[in-house]
Design a protein around this ligand. Structure first.
Ligand SMILES: NC(=O)c1ccc[n+]([C@@H]2O[C@H](COP(=O)([O-])OP(=O)(O)OC[C@H]3O[C@@H](n4cnc5c(N)ncnc54)[C@H](O)[C@@H]3O)[C@@H](O)[C@H]2O)c1
Length: 245
């Protein structure tokens, strides 16, 4: 059975979509016939070359997020899905954490999701359909030294998404949390220098951003009837690659 989804005529907003998992999702959505629109502080030349619409937006800036959604709604007349993926992952011990770094991490990883959801909801509600996906991380459950702000933001997102799902279920809007697994992206590489990469290779294996596109397209599609759920795609890539993980 081929794993294909159609996004014909539909519009998806991907925050943090200029890189890594979000960029792979935007490309896959376009291949499925839909129109992905990326909101990112650092728009990508490759996505621009591929004809994917991008808006230079800091998701921590609520007004900028709302302005971008207004422009998207005006241009496309609809919003069918939101992947809220913009995130930063500093590595700093708690005792040395600058308050500005703590605030920035929460402002991007948590507040930025809330602002995108608030901006998307009127459109999804008006259509009485739609799907929101946020990214958690295994670190929300396991914790990790020097990753407290990131792990805290991801733990909070799980609780946020489950609460939101209950609020919008009557509107036929679904909200789910994806644990993407360990994926080789710029964020992963920056947060796992040197030997740390070898640790993940040994323990979980490391996937590619494209490996997450299928689960994301599934969660966006009507085939994913679930809401308020968490989906974890750990290790499937290791089996694909034949790794002993
Ligand atoms: N890569 C992994 O192993 C992994 C594991 C668990 C969860 N995740 C989550 O998956 C999502 C995608 O991560 P990725 O690994 O593809 O990272 P990535 O670094 O490749 O992409 C993150 C994107 O977010 C953008 N961004 C950062 N700050 C922003 C801001 N203030 N406003 C707008 N955009 C901003 C960056 O420019 C970048 O394009 C994140 O939420 C991440 O926490 C990743």
């Amino acid at each position: 059975m081929r794993a294909t989804f159609s996004a014909d005529g539909e519009v998806l907003v991907v925050t943090g979509g200029a890189s890594g998992i979000g960029a792979a999702a935007a490309r896959a959505y376009a291949e499925a016939g839909g129109t992905p629109v990326v909101l990112d502080v650092a728009p990508s030349d490759e996505l621009a070359a591929a004809g994917i619409e991008q808006h230079g937006v800091d998701v921590a800036d609520r007004d900028a997020v709302f302005a971008a959604f207004a422009a998207i709604a005006e241009r496309h007349g609809r919003v069918d899905g939101l992947i809220a993926g913009a995130a930063v992952q500093p590595r700093t011990p708690v005792a040395e954490m600058d308050p500005a770094e703590w605030r920035h991490t929460l402002a991007v990883n948590l507040d930025g999701v809330v602002w995108a959801v608030q901006a998307a909801l009127p459109h999804l509600r008006a259509q009485a359909s739609g799907s929101i996906v946020v990214f958690a991380s295994g670190l929300a459950h396991m914790g990790r030294a020097e990753a407290s702000a990131y792990a805290a933001s991801k733990g909070a997102l799980i609780a946020f998404a489950k609460s939101l799902a209950a609020e919008v279920i009557e509107d036929r809007v679904r909200v789910n949390v994806l644990f993407p697994g360990v994926i080789d992206t710029p964020q992963f590489q920056a947060a796992n220098p040197g030997d740390e990469r070898a640790h993940w290779l040994r323990t979980t294996g490391i996937g590619e951003p494209e490996d997450v596109a299928g689960p994301l397209l599934f969660l966006l599609s009507e085939a994913a009837t679930m809401t308020g759920s968490t989906l974890s795609r750990d290790r499937a890539f290791a089996a694909d690659a034949g790794e002993d993980a």
